[in-house]
Design a protein around this ligand. Sequence first.
Ligand SMILES: Cc1cc2nc3c(=O)[nH]c(=O)nc-3n(C[C@H](O)[C@H](O)[C@H](O)COP(=O)(O)OP(=O)(O)OC[C@H]3O[C@@H](n4cnc5c(N)ncnc54)[C@H](O)[C@@H]3O)c2cc1C
Length: 330
Amino acid sequence: MTDNNNGVLVVVEVLESQPIDLGLEMLALARRLTDSMGGTVTAVAFGTGLESTGETLIAHGADQVLINDNSIFANFHAEAWLPDLSKMIAEVAPAIVLIGHSESGTDLAPRLAFRLDVDVATGCESIEIMNGRPHMTRSCFGGLAREVVTFTKTPALATVRSKSQQALPPMMERAGEIKHVDSILDENSMRTRVVNRETEKADGVKMESAKIVIGGGLGLGGPEGFKTLNEIAELVDGAVGASRAACDLDWCPRSYQIGLSGRTVAPELYIAVGISGASHHMAGCGNSKTIVSVNSDPNAEIFKSSRFGIVGNSQEIMPALAEEIRKLKA
Ligand SMILES: Cc1cc2nc3c(=O)[nH]c(=O)nc-3n(C[C@H](O)[C@H](O)[C@H](O)COP(=O)(O)OP(=O)(O)OC[C@H]3O[C@@H](n4cnc5c(N)ncnc54)[C@H](O)[C@@H]3O)c2cc1C
């Protein structure tokens, strides 16, 4: 596929009829990119119950929305999305295709790139147009450096990290076109089927939208440490995350993992408890407004990224902190 030049196409994931925040963040990025290179912002949504999705996406920056409302798309399944998505891209001919750097997005993007015979840059944090070409910035060397990549073919395909962009405030009066698309998927041609899907029970605030995130690492000493972090998170309306090492040991669910190969957060306050501050971890929380760390090692790397540091034993400090917050709230 070559010489596509019609702006940016954004694949927006929809959960329970609502576009996820990352989809809206990518629309803001697409708006900025088309302002500089021309063309339209096209949003694509797959799923069911998408009656109000089109208006929401237009209010957040889309010029046109392609809706594929079909029960087969109720849950994400890359193989099912690919034929329709490829057709939409062929018809719209965007210069850039943006997909969220989520679990679904990182499954979908390489398959789409293969199908379109183009390249993909995953985990992008920013995109600029220079000399008429998109230049994507992303982490490399385990989060120790940033690299800028560009493309020789179009569309340029990128997955975008959560919280690397800021969504536009909705403008309900924005005009745009909503098209309902009939699926071309031949279900008999699918080689894989989703036989079961389990949704992990998640209480409290979602990590990506929480104003306070408390991350726990090996310095917590065991799974009990996460109980205290969860108590504190509940008291302050925050969310709990973790280092990969803590997830690997099953001290907490895998979905807690923050970092290069986990989730990206950028809260007002990130409290890192018993986390060493490896670059792989910081890649997922380094954009937090304020980082406060608790670590028994005064030379821990995490203190270099922290505004405030507490040197001490997390197993004493965190229960004491929970107690103080409880008293304050009472
Ligand atoms: C390709 C790749 C991808 C990766 N992706 C990720 C990722 O997405 N996210 C991630 O987190 N990691 C990731 N890692 C792993 C990463 O490099 C580190 O190994 C990991 O983050 C370390 O976790 P930790 O800080 O909990 O453990 P450690 O590095 O062991 O640090 C534990 C810290 O706790 C402190 N401590 C010990 N006892 C106490 C106590 N009683 N009280 C207070 N502090 C105490 C120690 O001083 C130390 O600083 C990745 C690695 C690779 C190679």
